[in-house]
Structures are given as structure tokens and as C-alpha cells.
Design a protein around this ligand. Structure first.
Ligand SMILES: [Zn+2]
Length: 492
């Protein structure tokens, strides 16, 4: 629930929000960024540690090549320019879960710069700039609860210390909470497609901090910004920004001043709270990391990585729309995850008629999912099931009507198409010519005028007869068979 401070609509219209997002993404390498410890999530505390990630004196960091390649892949997907030389820097601050007393990051010479993401906007498409993408190591984790002495002491788990991160900083191009939400959704989608991270927000693989300020519309200078930290879902970020924008406008309108500070969002109350000021005073005293050489990426290496870039969601959607004749909306749904899009395309290609698979997804699957309120990932009918059913219709084994009935049964029973098709005894539409011939004879006898027209050369009347026979058979007849038999009888 968002509770917004009471600011009038007129007051709100006078101001323009400016939002910048900083997103930390954990890279899916097996080992840490500067040592060979495992990055596995959920292991017993302090089991994946060594002198390097414990920050013991004399231990030297060695850069993980895979981390660099993953970061470059992500940066390329985000349209960034990859700098040939980037420099690691020490970001000095003290925190109990940062054993070295500094974090190895990148400062004035980051890995990549000047990228962008396109988001849907009212005017069509809006480009949100990406200022920089840099590499850094994660800190450990402070555990304030769960132990017998948690009331007096804080426990530290350093398994996460040295886990590789990329930080992606946006330009202050975002002007509404909705745009922030879209930007994050697209960003996550692109990163997932590259496969360099699982972007799992519950496990902290994707974290977002938001800077937000407001200024009178038309003013060039930015207002004083606040930073909202520790928000663990995109929806909450949108809510936190909505609250924060209203709060700032309220403060300014009542003659107050915005204090530059870090604020925390309480999702239960839908409010942000300022943190104690002593935790905000940062002077990082960055300086180049003396234990690591500059990272130099020649064009050959960058080109090799570029070659591994998969087709990205936006391009894929455009191609799928033209290749399978599906709608923009369906392309959106079918590319929700790379796995789903791969499954759909595999099914479409394996089936005898790929357009029929696309049509079935649009006409029969989506509608039923919507009625049940299910996301496509939880569909009882898999893409393989859709392909199989499409082939059965294609070959004339089952009718469109039978397919609908079988799909209904799949949803009732929560089972995939092949299973239900077996359970129903592999039903086939009627190929019993004697029963069908009887229907055809009746239809012809009941329509002497149309028969006369047909025999006089008006062959288009055929369609009328097919329709009549299909109706009389309650949609159970095989259309091909109906056509063949009708042609024979009508010729007399
Ligand atoms: Zn280690």
C-alpha cells in the first residue's frame, strides 16, 4: 500500500521529478572476482573464504578472467562503449563486513560508459542513458538475528565477500516512478538474456538504489536529491519513489528544504525514513588499487566477446512478430524469459506448421491462462504440448473443436496435452465414411437449389455445402474428408 503525503494535484503538476538508478548485479561465475573461492549461495557461513577475501595482510588479488568477459558481455548488451583500459580503485570505508577496510571497485576509469536502454513511453520509445558500468567486489553480510547472543552481538558471514558485481549507473533521464520501473524491468530482461546473472532479487543477485529529486518544471538545475536504499522489489522501488516525490514536493511547498540523505523504504507502511546522519558521511578517498594492473582489453578480445552476445529481447520480439505472425503483446509474453522464447521457437519449428503453433498460443492458450489468472510459466500445457496438438489438427487426426475440449481438460486436470490425449484414449475425429456419407446425402437432398447451381458450374457453392455438413456433424468431421466426399457426390 502506498500512503502518499497530502500534496495537492496542482502542487504536484508544478514539479518535475529527476531519478537516477544504481543497480548492482552479481555475475554468475563459479568463483569470486579476486580469488578462487566458490560463489555458491546458501553454503554454511564462512566456508567459502581464503586469505584474499578475508582481507588478511599480504594476500594479493588476482583478477578472474570470466568476470571480465561477463561484464563486457552485459555492457555490450546495454549498448555501452567498452574502454580499452580501465583501472581498479580502492574505495575506503569502514564497515564490519568489509574486512580489508576498503572495497576494490572502479572509479574514474570504469570498464564501460555511455550506454542506453530503450523503454516504452507515451511518445513511443524513450532512451535512458547509462553513464557507466564498472566492476567491483561485494562485501560480506552482517547477521543481526538468529543467534543466541544476537541481542548483544552481530555475526559476520564472509562467504559473499569478493563475489563479483557490476554496478550500472543510469543518467538522470528518468522522470517518473513508472519509467524507473520500466527501466529496471528492461535492464533485468537484457541481463537475463545474456546469461551473466540470474538477477535473483531474493538472494541479492540484483539490488537497486534510487536517487530522486524534484525541481520546478522548466528549471535546469537539479533539486537536492535523496537516496532510497535497500528496496528489494521493482514494485517497491516504484512505490518508494512515488512516496519520496510527494514528500519532497510537500516539504518544498510548505517552505522547507530537502536534506541530502539516505532514506530507507518501509514497504509495510509505504513510507521512507531518513537514516541516522552518522551513517551517511562518506569520504571514500578513492585511489588506484596498487595490487592490480590496469585492465587492458584489446579489440580482438572485445570482438570475441561480442560474438557470444545472444539475440536480445527487443530484436527477438521484432523477428518473432514477422516470422510467426504473432501480435506485439504475444511476442512480449513469449519472450518473458529466454527459456520460454526458446521453447516456443523450438515447438514452432518442430511442428509441421509454425504459424499454427503461434495461432494456438494466441487463440487457445492465452485466453485460458487469463481466465485462470495464470502466468505462462505455470501453464499446464507446455510448448511441446502445443506443438503436438498443432500437428494433430494439421494432419486431420483431431478437429479444432476436439482440440478446444482437450485443452479444457488439460486446464481442469492441470496436466500437459500429451498426458490428457493419452488419458482420453487418443481420440480421433470421425473417419467413418458411412456415417458422414449419410449426413452429406441428407444435406444435398435438403438443398436442391444449391445442387442445381453447383452442377450449372457455380463451384463456389461448395463452401456452402462444406459448412452445412460440418455443422450437421457438430464439428466432428474431418474437413478434408468432407471435401473429398462432397466433391464426389455433387458431381453425381
Ligand atoms: Zn577467497
Amino acid at each position: 500500500m502506498v500512503t502518499t503525503p497530502d500534496t495537492s494535484v496542482a502542487a504536484r503538476a508544478k514539479y518535475e521529478p529527476v531519478i537516477g538508478l544504481e543497480v548492482h548485479v552479481q555475475l554468475l561465475t563459479a568463483t569470486k572476482i579476486f580469488c578462487s573461492c566458490s560463489t555458491r549461495f546458501g553454503d554454511p557461513p564462512n566456508t567459502n573464504v581464503c586469505p584474499v577475501c578475508l582481507g588478511l595482510p599480504g594476500a594479493l588479488p588476482v583478477l578472474n578472467r570470466k568476470v571480465v568477459e561477463f561484464a563486457v558481455l552485459a555492457a555490450t548488451a546495454l549498448n555501452c562503449r567498452i574502454n580499452e583500459t580501465s583501472i581498479f580503485a580502492r574505495k575506503n570505508y569502514f564497515y564490519p563486513d568489509l574486512p580489508k577496510g576498503y572495497q576494490i571497485s572502479q572509479y574514474d576509469r570504469p570498464l564501460a560508459e555511455q550506454g542506453f536502454i530503450q523503454i516504452p513511453a507515451r511518445s513511443g520509445v524513450k532512451k535512458i542513458g547509462i553513464t557507466r558500468l564498472h566492476l567491483e567486489e561485494d562485501a560480506g553480510k552482517s547477521l543481526h538475528e538468529g543467534f543466541a547472543d544476537s541481542a548483544e552481538k552481530t555475526a559476520i558471514d564472509l562467504n559473499r565477500s569478493g563475489v563479483p558485481l557490476i554496478e550500472i549507473v543510469s543518467e538522470p533521464d528518468i522522470t517518473s516512478p513508472e519509467e524507473a520501473y520500466e527501466y529496471l524491468t528492461r535492464l533485468k530482461e537484457i541481463i537475463l538474456y545474456t546469461g551473466v546473472s540470474d538477477c535473483n532479487m531474493e538472494e541479492g543477485s540484483l539490488r537497486c538504489d534510487a536517487n530522486v529529486s524534484v525541481r520546478p518544471r522548466g528549471q535546469k538545475e537539479f533539486g537536492t536529491k535523496t537516496e532510497v536504499k535497500n528496496v528489494n522489489s521493482f514494485r517497491f522501488i516504484r512505490e518508494a519513489l512515488e512516496y519520496e516525490i510527494e514528500r519532497q514536493i510537500g516539504v518544498i511547498e510548505s517552505g522547507g528544504k530537502i536534506t541530502q540523505e539516505t532514506r530507507l523504504y518501509n514497504s509495510n507502511e509505504g513510507k521512507t525514513y531518513g537514516m541516522r546522519s552518522k551513517e551517511q558521511a562518506h569520504d571514500y578517498r578513492y585511489f588506484p588499487e596498487p595490487d592490480l594492473l590496469p585492465l587492458v582489453m584489446d579489440e580482438k578480445w572485445r570482438a570475441e566477446i561480442r560474438k557470444t552476445l545472444p539475440e536480445l529481447p527487443e530484436t527477438r520480439r521484432k523477428r518473432m512478430i514477422s516470422e510467426y505472425g504473432i501480435t506485439e503483446y504475444d511476442a512480449q509474453v513469449l519472450t518473458l524469459t529466454k527459456v520460454l522464447a526458446d521453447q516456443f521457437e523450438a515447438a514452432a519449428k518442430a511442428a509441421k506448421n509454425s504459424k499454427r503453433v503461434a495461432n494456438l498460443v494466441q487463440s487457445e492458450l492465452m485466453g485460458r491462462l487469463k481466465v485462470k489468472g495464470l502466468e505462462i510459466e505455470h501453464s499446464p500445457i507446455s510448448m511441446f504440448g502445443v506443438a503436438m496438438s498443432a500437428d494433430l489438427v494439421e494432419s486431420g487426426a483431431i478437429s479444432g473443436k476436439m482440440l478446444k475440449d482437450l485443452y479444457d481438460l488439460c486446464f481442469q486436470r492441470g496436466k500437459d496435452f500429451p498426458a490428457v490425449y493419452e488419458e482420453e484414449g487418443r481420440p480421433e475425429q470421425s473417419r467413418d465414411t458411412s456415417a458422414l456419407e449419410k449426413i452429406i446425402d441428407e444435406v444435398i437432398a435438403a438443398n436442391p437449389k444449391q445442387l442445381e447451381q453447383y452442377r450449372a458450374g457455380k463451384k463456389t457453392v461448395m463452401g456452402f455445402f462444406v459448412g452445412q455438413v460440418m455443422r450437421a456433424s457438430k464439428g466432428q468431421a474431418n474437413p478434408q474428408l468432407v471435401n473429398d466426399l462432397l466433391a464426389k457426390k455433387l458431381e453425381g
